[in-house]
Design a protein. Structure first.
Length: 302
């Protein structure tokens, strides 16, 4: 079915229709899959075999037709929608084909806490202005130029800050996955360039905002009972909250920070994605929207 999503037409597939595309060898054992899951981000084997595996097969076709090196895939979507788990699974599957695949989170391009505090942006962390967009654009440009030993700052979710002196080294991968909230955003005020100029493919994970709020609050509750209990955690001051207070606090953070960011900045970029994966309340993908026509009879064409 062809669906009009404002700026673009998309081919719409139900989960059952999409699952008819052969996943080939793109499969993961349950034990391997368990190691890739994030907090409160379920990923059953069926999700790999029926959704992500077929996506990888179609990416194979696109990579064969496109001599881009490295082939850059962006993964975007809200906080708590499952981007990190999806990106890790995608990386593991694509690496099975013998490719060198690197995964970079845009968290590494956030301004350090000291800078955010000086600019009064701590309550807008995750909004476009909280990122060093110029540094990210330079990284992508140098990546596409084939430069080696590129350094990406390391971000610690426990410290809630960039780790001084630590870097992720990116050395000419065949595929790079860039995952983040605002990865599909437009240009900064001082630059005509946009990150999307460097993307060969992009995925947007979509879900009803009420479902995402529930997932966020559930994740916040899990973290409050685990990571937040550590003295080194930035959110250690939440360690003694009672269950009802934990839920209320999580809802407050969602309503005041994450929901406005979703509605104002993240969601408006959805139609820039090559493919949109719409999730149900159970986290399972229920619909796939593909921005390119696909010949479902015989060889798929992206």
């Amino acid at each position: 079915m062809r669906r009009d999503t404002s700026a673009y037409f998309y081919d719409s597939f139900t989960r059952q229709q999409w699952a008819r595309f052969d996943a080939g060898n793109y499969r993961l054992a349950p034990a391997a899959l368990t190691l890739l899951k994030g907090v409160n981000e379920p990923m059953p084997v069926a999700e790999v075999e029926e959704v992500i595996g077929p996506l990888c097969r179609l990416l194979d076709i696109q990579m064969e037709a496109d001599d881009a090196r490295p082939f850059v895939i962006a993964v975007a979507g809200s906080v708590a929608v499952g981007k990190s788990t999806f990106a890790r699974v995608l990386r593991a599957l694509l690496a099975q084909a013998g490719r060198t695949v690197e995964l970079v989170a845009t968290d590494g391009f956030l301004w350090p806490t000291a800078v955010l505090e000086a600019r009064n942006l701590m309550l807008r962390k995750g909004f476009p202005e909280s990122y060093d967009l110029e540094r990210m654009l330079v990284f992508l440009a140098e990546l596409k130029e084939g430069k080696s030993e590129l350094r990406v700052p390391v971000y610690s979710h426990e410290l809630y800050d960039i780790v001084p002196g630590q870097f992720q080294i990116i050395n000419q991968p065949q595929v790079l996955i860039l995952e983040g909230l605002n990865v599909l955003q437009g240009s900064s005020r001082d630059s005509a360039a946009v990150a999307a100029d460097y993307f060969d493919f992009s995925v947007y994970l979509d879900a009803d905002e009420n479902d995402v709020e529930q997932w966020y609050v559930e994740r916040f509750s899990v973290l409050q009972g685990t990571v937040f209990q550590r003295p080194t955690s930035y959110f250690h001051h939440f360690k003694d909250l009672r269950p009802a207070e934990v839920r209320k606090t999580g809802q407050g953070i969602w309503q005041s920070i994450n929901l406005p960011n979703l509605l104002q900045n993240i969601q408006p970029t959805r139609e820039r994605a090559s493919v949109i994966l719409r999730k149900s309340q159970s986290h399972a993908v229920q619909e796939v929207l593909w921005r390119h026509s696909i010949n479902v009879r015989g060889r798929q064409r992206v």
